[in-house]
Ligand binder design. Structure first.
Ligand SMILES: [Fe+2]
Length: 380
């Protein structure tokens, strides 16, 4: 953990049931020009996009909508959306959706000032860009925390790649738990497991700071308490609210401290095999924790209770037991083979995961090719 740190969060965060009604005024305070609403076909069919668009229009904004962001979008999908934004001369971007939509919105807004292909920015942190379009993000899941993170993950040539730039960062996050109210159980679970992994990985990350750990710990506690309840009964607004807040906190933590080996190993499973991101995380998490805790127990010791004076090893045991119990309660998948992963493909998956240096080098302990493969084998 570093005692010298910088910290970045959206300029404004608005949270709570019904808070989406503030969005039109917040947008118009920044710009009275044309608004680009980015969303996905499911949210259009569910009427969610219309609810937001109507509120913006009623406040006097002219709204154009791009609704073709698929789940796990490819870079080409986002490129099409960027062209649409340029053609429509949009001055503001409003993203309404899950992590895929919000990540796409960040790329469209953050890279609006340049004309180079987006592919030329993959996997590098670009600080040379001119300001893009102001970004307003409204999540409809409680998971990715994309409303608080910089940059985005997209598919490109069967791999999950990262795009990040100075301006691919939300200006305003509007987190209204009511928008998660009708999520199906499978998405509630997978997105909650992503938030859980963000909380734990960011806490133990090498780039963790005392400030990021405040958010990691708070998120972890909320998720342990509320994820089982929200999966059991998605209609409870109290549980939905706590999970939306947990995902936001975990997003803030991971935006500033970064993730680790679980995410590095999860991306090839998503990119090549299509294992949902949160589920891939949940399968890998206990195995990575065992590896990390064996040599770096102090990285996790304060996750549950800062005032606990027992040894780091004992406190780590509690963290691992809490995670295992939570995953058991939630009945999460535990084996990669159940998703069609072939045993013979594990070395190729490990080779790809080992190239994701920004995550492995941020992991609590060094993670060599043998450790990567050992985790895949244990999870297979
Ligand atoms: Fe994630």
């Amino acid at each position: 953990m570093s005692q010298v740190f910088s910290f970045r969060i959206p300029q404004e965060i608005h949270f709570g049931p019904g808070v989406y009604r503030k969005l039109p005024a917040l947008v118009r305070a920044r710009s009275t020009e044309r608004v680009l609403l980015i969303t996905d076909p499911g949210l259009v069919a569910a009427g969610v996009a219309t609810t937001v668009a109507s509120a913006l229009t009623a406040a006097g904004s002219e709204v154009v909508c791009f609704q073709d962001i698929p789940p796990e979008p490819h870079l080409d999908d986002v490129e099409r959306c960027r062209s649409f934004a340029a053609k429509q001369r949009a001055a503001v971007v409003v993203g309404v959706g899950g992590g895929s939509v919000l990540d796409s919105a960040k790329i469209v807004g953050g890279f609006a000032s340049c004309t180079e292909p987006l592919a030329s920015f993959l996997d590098r942190e670009d600080t040379s860009l001119e300001p893009g379009l102001p970004l307003f993000l409204l999540p409809t899941t409680a998971g990715s925390g994309a409303e608080a993170t910089a940059g985005a993950i997209v598919a490109f040539q069967e791999r999950k790649r990262r795009l990040a730039g100075t301006y691919a960062h939300p200006v305003v996050a509007v987190v209204d738990p009511m928008f998660t109210h009708s999520l199906p159980e499978s998405i509630t679970l997978a997105s909650g497991l992503d938030a859980l992994t963000h909380a734990i990985e960011s806490f133990a990350a090498r780039r963790a700071s005392p400030m990021s750990r405040l958010y990691s710990r708070a998120a972890f506690r909320l998720i342990v308490q509320w994820l089982p309840r929200v999966v059991a009964d998605g209609k409870g607004l109290e549980a939905r609210s706590h999970m939306s807040r947990a995902a936001l906190y975990a997003g803030i933590a991971v935006a500033n401290a970064g993730a680790g080996a679980v995410h590095a190993l999860a991306y090839p499973l998503g990119g090549r095999i299509g294992v949902p991101h949160g589920i891939a995380n949940a399968i890998l998490l206990p195995h990575v924790l065992e590896q990390n805790m064996a040599t770096c127990p102090e990285s996790y010791a304060a996750l549950c209770d800062e005032s606990d004076t027992r040894s780091a090893q004992a406190k780590c045991g509690d963290v691992l037991a809490t995670v295992q119990e939570l995953l058991r309660t939630l009945k999460t998948p535990t084996r990669l083979v159940d998703f069609g992963v072939q045993g013979a493909s594990l070395p190729a998956l490990a080779e790809e995961a080992f190239t994701i240096r920004r995550l492995l080098e941020n992991n609590a302990r060094d993670f060599g090719p043998e450790e990567v493969l050992a985790v895949y084998q244990a999870a297979w």
